[in-house]
Write a protein that binds this ligand. Structure first.
Ligand code: HPA
Length: 277
């Protein structure tokens, strides 16, 4: 059997031995949202360490565990702490948790992140609904033997971010009176922030925000036929757009400041997604 698939099955069985919860939606928490899971009705918690072979995140402030529970009446699995390519994992490992959540039953995937604003009308603290992405600067998670049990060799990517789920997020934002921008997310490998010239290039290419996650996860999820939505918190303006150097502290500070609104937006959006399940 293919090594990636074998590992996936091993992780799946390890989870199913402990937990029989059937999520309908999966949520990946980005920077600042770490404690979101504490606000939901929790049914079970599984530390990543308890899953043999599971990639463990190394970024400070990222806890690593799955939380199973309910947002409103929606059964969800939440990833508290994701793994990033810059930590040294293969892309197959980076997307393994996404694949697992689909295998556990989640057909909807809600991805969140902190991102640098590339669009010069954006400000730190804005939210951006992801309408499409540019993943050409990172290796595809689908490279290697195709896992036929998951999806086709050459998957279509013409509507990665589901239109109806985008509507659900926009409805939620309007109801909560939380302004939300829309735009294109571009993924880099990180871990360095970009140069000024890279940001100018990304802007010319049509990117509105830049970050080090999400697009690869969306590709793997789309390969498996999940319905996806993505929301970025613009934690800073990208390199060269202010006269200050970038720092992880600034990213964390803005993410923390926006966390309460972000959490409300996620809850309300997921509650609205029930009609698409
Ligand atoms: N660049 C890349 N990734 C990021 C940024 C940025 O400016 N801010 C938050 N994540």
């Amino acid at each position: 059997m293919n090594e990636t698939y074998e590992k996936l099955m091993r992780c799946y069985q390890a989870i199913r031995k402990k937990i029989d919860f059937q999520p309908k939606a999966a949520l990946v928490l980005g920077s600042g949202l770490g404690d979101y899971a504490e606000t939901i009705q929790t049914e079970a918690v599984l530390d990543y360490h308890e899953i043999d072979g599971f990639p463990i995140a190394t970024v400070p402030g990222h806890k690593g565990r799955f939380i199973f529970g309910y947002i409103g009446s929606v059964p969800v699995v939440i990833m508290q702490g994701r793994v990033h390519y810059y930590e040294g994992y293969s892309m197959q490992d980076v997307v393994l948790p996404i694949r697992l959540m689909k295998m556990l039953g989640a057909d909807i995937l809600c991805l969140t992140n902190a991102a640098g604003g590339v669009n010069d009308t954006f400000q730190a603290g804005d939210f951006m609904l992801i309408t499409d992405h540019i993943a050409s600067f990172v290796p595809s998670p689908l490279i290697g033997e195709n896992l036929e049990a998951l999806g086709v060799r050459f998957p279509d990517m013409s509507e990665i971010y589901d239109e109806k789920l985008q509507c659900a997020v926009k409805e939620a934002a309007a109801e909560l009176q939380i302004p939300i921008k829309e735009g294109i997310y571009l993924q880099t490998t990180g871990p360095s922030y970009e140069s000024k010239q890279e940001i100018r290039m990304f802007r010319i290419l049509g990117a509105d925000a830049v970050g080090m996650s999400t697009a690869c996860e969306a590709i793997a999820a789309n390969h498996m036929g999940m319905k996806i939505c993505g929301i970025s918190c613009i934690s800073n303006l990208a390199c060269g757009m202010t006269d200050r150097p970038l720092s992880h502290a600034e990213v964390q500070e803005t993410s923390d400041r926006m966390a309460e609104s972000f959490k409300k937006l996620i809850t309300c959006s997921i509650e609205k997604m029930i009609k698409y399940m």
